[in-house]
Structures are given as C-alpha cells and as structure tokens.
Ligand binder design. Structure first.
Ligand code: HEC
Length: 218
C-alpha cells in the first residue's frame, strides 16, 4: 500500500517532468529566434538620410551666409516686429529698452552712444574690436543668452535659420547704404575654377582637326 503510493507518486512526478521537458524542448524550437545581425531598426528620417548620417546641425552654429542671397527682407520686416518693442529701426537711432539698430550690420558691438550695455555685452565687444557681422547677429538672435551669457537682452530667440536670414536681409537695409552681403564662399569659387580649366581643352579640339583631315586639294 505504502510502496504502491510511492510508486504512483514517483510515476506522476516523472510524468510531469517528462511533459515539462518536452514542452521546453518543443517551445525552444518554436520560439527560438536567431540573434539578428544588426540590433534594432534603422530609422529613416523625413529627409531620406539615416539617423547616423549627419549631426552637423547640432555640432555648431548654422552658417548664415549661404542663405542671405535668397533671403526675403519683406518677411524679415515682419520678423522685426518681435524686436520693435525694444529697438528702433530708423536713422534717428534712438535707444529704447535696447540700443537703436540703425547701421547695425558690421557695427562694432556695444558702441551705441548713450546706451548702458551689460557687462557681458561689453566684454563680448573686446573693446570695440568685435563687429556685428552676419554670423554673430544670426547666432545672437538665435539664442541671445546662449551666445552671450549674461546679456540684458530679454528675448527668447528665433530658432528657424530661414527666419533669421530673412530678418538679417531686412536689418542690412537699416543704414545709409545697405550693408554688403557676405563674400562668395569657397565652394562657389571652386565651382568657377573647373570651367576655366575646361576652356583650353575645348579650344584645342578644333586646332587638332586640320592635322587629321587631308590637306585641301584646291
Ligand atoms: C525685451 C527687449 C528686447 C527685444 C525683444 C530684443 N532686444 Fe535686442 N537688445 C535688448 C537689450 C536690453 C540689449 C542690450 C543687451 C546688453 O547690453 O547685454 C539688446 C542688444 C541688441 C543688439 C546689440 C546691439 C549693440 O549695439 O551691440 C542687437 C544686435 C540686438 N539687440 C538685436 C535684436 C533683434 C534683431 C531683435 C529681434 C529679433 C531683438 N534685439 C529683440 C533688448 C531687446
């Protein structure tokens, strides 16, 4: 009686063990997935480049010069409404909360008469040797307190580089003569070079032709 109970208990235990092992072997076969060669998914971003492609935007301030030629001063004038609460834009060049912005492009930093600049802005000017060129203006307007920590200009910034380009195209008109656009970049200079180099090759072709054709008989 006792031993038959033990026997059947042992039998039941072995039976369960067998079922569990079988299940685990079978399910291993069903669910075992090979480790993928590349982990995770590649994420395609909207512009068609992959995630790893170019963190360039993040790495440094956006270059403003290439955008200026096609920037729109009319849309820039409406951008200026964000500045007008604190800045004047006419030749009288009066100071308000901020200094007057007449002739601002290429004006030495922190040099408007009668304006009490912050210590941060004065330091940034390096004794008046730093000028408000397009790139400084763009970087400052993007995020004033990042570009010049401690500035008194209480303005969040204009994040879109195209909007800043438009605004700068407008700011350059605030002057007795519009400030010159930045000089052509190296890239466009290089573009011009191969065209020049190609010219002699084209010219040489007709010159070689008479030698190949038989001498005129007449
Ligand atoms: C809330 C007021 C306010 C707004 C809005 C504002 N500014 Fe200013 N801005 C100032 C003040 C104040 C200063 C002086 C900053 C300092 O001394 O640190 C200043 C300084 C500047 C300077 C430096 C001028 C110089 O003489 O060196 C420029 C350029 C400038 N602002 C452009 C802009 C533009 C462009 C906008 C609009 C996109 C704008 N600001 C919006 C208050 C403002």
């Amino acid at each position: 009686m006792d031993s038959s109970y033990l026997n059947s208990a042992a039998g039941a235990f072995l039976g369960i063990l067998f079922v569990v092992m079988t299940l685990s072997i079978v399910s291993d076969g069903i669910y075992h997935a090979p480790v993928p060669e590349t982990q995770g998914f590649m994420i395609e971003v909207a512009d068609g480049t992959t995630e790893t492609a170019q963190p360039a935007e993040e790495a440094g301030p956006a270059e403003i010069a290439p955008l200026l030629a096609s920037a729109d001063p009319v849309s820039g004038e409406s951008q200026f409404k964000k500045c007008a609460a604190c800045h004047t834009n006419d030749a009288a060049n009066a100071n308000k909360v901020g200094p007057g912005l007449w002739n601002i492009v290429n004006r030495p930093v922190a040099t408007h008469e009668g304006f009490n600049y912050s210590a941060a802005m004065t330091e940034f000017s390096q004794g008046g040797t730093v000028v408000w060129d397009y790139q400084h203006l763009s970087d400052f307007i993007e995020a004033p307190k990042n570009h010049i920590p401690g500035t008194a200009m209480g303005f969040a910034g204009i994040k879109k580089v195209e909007d800043r380009a438009d605004l700068l195209a407008y700011l350059r008109t605030l002057g007795d003569t519009p400030a010159p656009l930045p000089e052509a970049t190296d890239a466009s200079a290089e573009e011009a070079a191969p065209a020049e180099a190609a010219a002699p090759a084209v010219a040489a072709e007709p010159a070689a032709e008479p030698a190949a054709t038989p001498a005129p008989t007449e």
